[in-house]
Design a protein around this ligand. Structure first.
Ligand SMILES: *[C@@H]1O[C@H](CO)[C@@H](O)[C@H](O)[C@H]1NC(C)=O
Ligand SMILES: *[C@@H]1O[C@H](CO)[C@@H](O)[C@H](O)[C@H]1NC(C)=O
Ligand SMILES: *[C@@H]1O[C@H](CO)[C@@H](O)[C@H](O)[C@H]1NC(C)=O
Ligand SMILES: *[C@@H]1O[C@H](CO)[C@@H](O)[C@H](O)[C@H]1NC(C)=O
Ligand SMILES: *[C@@H]1O[C@H](CO)[C@@H](O)[C@H](O)[C@H]1NC(C)=O
Ligand SMILES: *[C@@H]1O[C@H](CO)[C@@H](O)[C@H](O)[C@H]1NC(C)=O
Ligand SMILES: *[C@@H]1O[C@H](CO)[C@@H](O)[C@H](O)[C@H]1NC(C)=O
Ligand SMILES: *[C@@H]1O[C@H](CO)[C@@H](O)[C@H](O)[C@H]1NC(C)=O
Ligand SMILES: *[C@@H]1O[C@H](CO)[C@@H](O)[C@H](O)[C@H]1NC(C)=O
Length: 613
């Protein structure tokens, strides 16, 4: 036990304890001030205090021999905070940068004492954090504080660093309050420009780079894409569009990527899986060096999730039988989303709504980044395989919604506000492919926007009717690359596929970090390119398609152009940084289409609709 913590306790009493629990935002999730749904930090403080009551009588007035024996005189043994050491098991992370604040994350697991004891649940771990302007952590900290964590939240810590300067890089570290010599690795992060910063002054006047990821199944391969993005690009912010973890087990043993545990159902399962993923060195490093902005897709809970079920669990008696624990879908969803809030450096914007992760970032007047939840929040029923024929009959039903009414209204509003505040670009980060893709047997993917076509039309109509320019839609989920002009499906009157005339924006959909697509990887590269060629021939908006390689893409933007580079990882069956840029695209501000010739008419993989001869 340490005396600093105790003297602090003695001076400030119970409220200091509650503050330190509340400083760790994870305790506020899912519902701050709604203890019936989440962590009652007042009760947790009371629990801590109850065990330290005997240390509450100030010893100052007593000589040691007169100190009442009932109260232990040796304060170093008081079970107030854990003092036998902590392990920062998963390094550090940061996320959701604003102009003056950013979320910092770590995990501080108590180490057993010399006699092998671990703390009982009443004893929290205390960590302090400091934020510096210098990479060697010299000078006065720009912000600092202390926070408690406990077994209740899987020893995760999430604090908001505040009082920061806009558009500035920072370095941060967590330390065990009880053993100041024990610290986490140093993380680096940044803030973004404040919303009224002129577009050409954002990022100190240099273009900004966003690295965009999706679909990173552990057992499907090594996270080389994260490593490459972190080491071989200069990405300022990492964006993950979902399927960051998978609930399934699968056979990764042959490439050294077997997952622990079982198909995910309980809070323990989801925490264990997140913990295993985050032990990957490339993912850990990518989290350590830059802020992430993330949203979930289906697999953070389970395959083809919609608001009330997934393809293998729902709230029917039958749907509850899938798991050994008998967890029904709603239990699963609460467990999965709770673990996500614990482990991801994400802000919880609405304290009363754990499911609300849709949110907007204003980065000067250069861009708005609107992150959506088309999956878990209020999505109407999707293709669960056994119901496909029924869903096919529903795809044009006007009431069908991917986001729910509130979120959809918020999105349309946010796009209009972004135009009105004269932000140059509007980037929509969301899960599923937006543009129509008719597949090679004439079907469509009913689990993408194609299964919610009236909803798609509402978004496009809003852009066209309000003349909202420079909208860029991002998508993941599909495990392949699709680059398209944004236009109404099958509209050959207003939209010209050759020139891009009539389009209202661009979609950049990306392949998975590891998850593969059977459609494109059945044969060799030549076969895969032939499949892509058929896709681009069949779909008028689609300008480039590629599905052979795993990877990610970057967006580099300033006030005159937004450029996309697609990276292909050569081999994800072992850990390496071998990749190449398979295609480059440019979108000029005000043009609302991919610049022609698309990709300069030349790509290194996949198929262009109009390749240069
Ligand atoms: C700390 O955690 C890491 C990652 O889980 C583990 O490899 C290491 O053995 C732990 N250290 C101790 C002292 O337990
Ligand atoms: C619920 O899910 C099971 C699969 O676990 C499926 O067989 C069943 O048809 C579903 N029921 C409903 C009403 O969706
Ligand atoms: C095309 O889509 C339909 C409907 O989702 C699906 O049943 C079929 O398997 C798909 N075909 C190919 C070749 O992807
Ligand atoms: C566009 O045309 C294709 C046939 O080529 C059809 O399958 C698809 O349903 C049409 N899309 C819409 C939105 O009508
Ligand atoms: C790719 O596989 C096809 C058979 O599917 C074969 O005809 C072709 O020669 C192979 N191409 C290369 C470059 O290996
Ligand atoms: C985008 O690419 C073009 C070349 O295609 C280049 O001239 C321009 O500087 C690039 N802009 C940014 C922001 O990277
Ligand atoms: C990927 O690497 C593995 C292990 O070295 C090798 O067996 C495999 O052939 C490689 N695959 C490709 C497509 O090069
Ligand atoms: C990526 O960077 C690493 C060093 O950080 C280097 O070893 C590797 O060759 C680079 N990869 C490529 C494809 O340039
Ligand atoms: C894309 O641009 C990069 C430079 O940013 C270049 O190294 C690469 O060769 C380009 N790829 C293609 C296919 O043009």
């Amino acid at each position: 036990m340490r005396s600093l913590g105790v003297s602090l306790l003695l001076i400030a009493g119970a409220s200091a304890i509650v503050d330190k629990f509340n400083n760790n935002l994870v305790f506020r999730s899912p519902f701050f001030d709604e203890p019936q749904f989440g962590h009652d930090t007042v009760a947790l403080s009371r629990r801590t205090l109850q065990f330290t009551k005997r240390d509450q009588v100030p010893a100052g007035g007593f000589k040691d021999e007169k100190y009442p024996g009932f109260y232990v005189s040796d304060l170093s043994n008081a079970p107030f905070i854990w003092s036998s050491g902590v392990n920062f098991t998963h390094s550090v992370a940061s996320g959701d940068p604003y102009d003056t604040s950013v979320i910092l994350w770590t995990r501080a697991v108590p180490l057993p004492s010399s006699s092998g004891q671990l703390p009982d649940q009443s004893v929290p771990v205390c960590v302090s954090y400091k934020v510096f302007a210098e990479s060697d952590l010299s000078g006065k900290p720009v912000d600092s504080g202390e926070a408690f964590t406990s077994y209740d939240v899987d020893w995760t810590v999430k604090v908001e660093a505040t009082r920061l300067k806009a558009d500035t890089k920072y370095y941060f570290q967590f330390t065990d309050c009880a053993n100041p010599s024990v610290s986490s690795p140093v993380g680096s992060t940044r803030t973004v420009a404040s919303s009224n910063t002129p577009a050409d002054k954002v990022n100190g006047g240099k273009p900004m780079t966003l690295a965009v990821f999706s679909c990173s199944q552990y057992q499907a391969g090594w996270f080389n894409a994260y490593g490459y993005a972190a080491q071989n690009t200069t990405a300022d912010i990492f964006i993950h569009l979902g399927d960051y973890i998978y609930e399934s087990v699968g056979n990764g043993a042959k490439i050294g990527r077997a997952v622990e545990g079982r198909e995910l159902a309980t809070i323990h399962d989801y925490r264990q899986r997140l913990g295993q993923y985050r032990s990957d060195p490339d993912l850990q490093y990518a989290h350590q060096i830059a802020p992430w902005i993330v949203v979930w897709d289906d697999h953070e809970i389970a395959n083809n999730a919609w608001k009330a079920g997934t393809s293998n669990s729902n709230d029917t008696a039958q749907g509850c039988t899938f798991s050994p624990s008998g967890a029904c879908f709603t239990d699963r969803k609460l467990a999965g989303t709770r673990a996500y809030h614990e482990w991801m450096p994400i802000r919880q914007l609405d304290a009363k709504d754990q499911l609300r992760i849709w949110r907007n970032f204003q980065v000067g007047k250069l861009f708005d980044l609107s992150m959506l939840d088309t999956r878990q929040y209020e999505r109407d029923i999707t293709d669960l395989t056994y119901n496909r024929a029924v869903i096919d009959t529903l795809k044009d039903v006007p009431q069908r919604s991917l986001m729910g009414a509130n979120q959809e209204r918020w999105l349309l509003d946010t796009l209009s506000k972004s135009k009105n505040r004269r932000a140059v670009w509007r980037i929509i980060g969301q899960q599923i492919v937006f543009t129509q893709v008719v597949n090679l047997s004439g079907g469509i993917n009913l689990d993408a926007w194609d299964g919610y076509r009236a909803n798609r039309n509402r978004i496009l109509d809003h852009l066209y009717n309000n003349q909202i320019s420079n909208t860029i839609v991002l998508a993941g989920d599909s495990h392949a690359n699709w680059v398209s002009d944004l236009a109404h499906a099958n509209d050959t009157v207003n939209y010209d596929s050759a020139t891009g005339r009539g389009a209202i924006g661009v979609e950049f959909a990306g392949t998975g970090v590891t998850s593969s697509s059977g459609t494109f990887t059945k044969g060799n590269l030549t076969d895969s390119m032939a499949v892509s060629a058929q896709y681009v021939n069949k779909n008028i908006d689609l300008q480039w398609n590629e599905g052979f390689f795993r990877g990610f893409f970057t967006l580099t933007l300033d006030s005159s152009a937004l450029n996309a580079t697609y990276y292909s990882m050569r081999n994800v069956t072992y850990r390496n940084l071998d990749a190449f840029a398979s295609a480059n695209f440019s979108v000029k501000a005000g043009e609302n289409r991919i610049s022609r010739p698309v990709a300069g008419g030349k790509v290194l993989s996949g198929a262009l609709k109009y390749p240069a001869n």
